[in-house]
Design a binder for this molecule. Sequence first.
Ligand code: NAG
Ligand code: NAG
Length: 273
Amino acid sequence: MTIQRTSIDKGTSKLISYLISIHIRRLTEMKSILNFHVFLILFILGSSAHGKEQDTFPKQLKFGVATSSFQVEGGWNASGKGESMWDRFMHEHPEYVIDHSNGDVACDSYHLWKTDIEMLKDLGVHFYRFSLSWTRILPTGFSNRINSDGVKYYNNIINRLLESGIEPMITLYHWDLPQNILEIGGWTSIRTAEYFADFARIAFRLFGDRVKKWITFNEPSSICKEPYESQTVIPLINLTGIGCYICGKTILIAHSKAYHIYNKEFRKNRKVT
Ligand SMILES: *[C@@H]1O[C@H](CO)[C@@H](O)[C@H](O)[C@H]1NC(C)=O
Ligand SMILES: *[C@@H]1O[C@H](CO)[C@@H](O)[C@H](O)[C@H]1NC(C)=O
């Protein structure tokens, strides 16, 4: 898509500079090696820019912001949430973070979600992309037990976003693997693809009536490369030249399973296509 405008209106330029300043501020605040970013995403939906000269972005251009559960939620053990690998890692290895901070409280979005959605309204975004904490929904990591408080938390967010005219967009996996699943092989175990598929099916069933846009994995290369090929990020495995491929295969299979589950079991029930 070509944006032919040479200037943008004042409101939009204010929004952009505000978003960028938040981005920079958050990055500055994150003094850790975690390298979690508040992603500033411009989603371009639709592909035709009409040649009309005007000072606004085309209607198809949507603005949104995104977060990840570990980065913003906090409430690491609140209301039945299970332990993720990042909870465990940060507790056992504070030295991996320069200021020894962890995700126990983070931005406390577990408690401040209403304020956060107010901020999204102030920003004037069209959508908000957030990730689900796997162990907030499935405390053991497996589908044997669903934590109703965790489900309620995400239902509240989704409903409030919709009431506010903001489209919810869910990332299923943004790096916070259940500790239990890490311990039985993590992404180097092909079974993890099955566990992920179970989780995805439950998430589609719980939220798919209202959430129409889903992302399976955030940055697959970051899930596989540093974690399994260096000793810098959990699980601190250095399988240089091998780990990335083993992990990558599991991720691809997991993605494909989630896609087919959605396609076969849920797509027909979508109210919007
Ligand atoms: C949750 O973790 C905090 C430390 O971050 C601890 O003080 C508290 O007792 C824990 N609560 C539960 C219910 O385990
Ligand atoms: C990881 O393994 C490779 C190859 O064996 C080695 O060159 C590299 O120094 C190791 N990295 C760390 C952080 O130990």
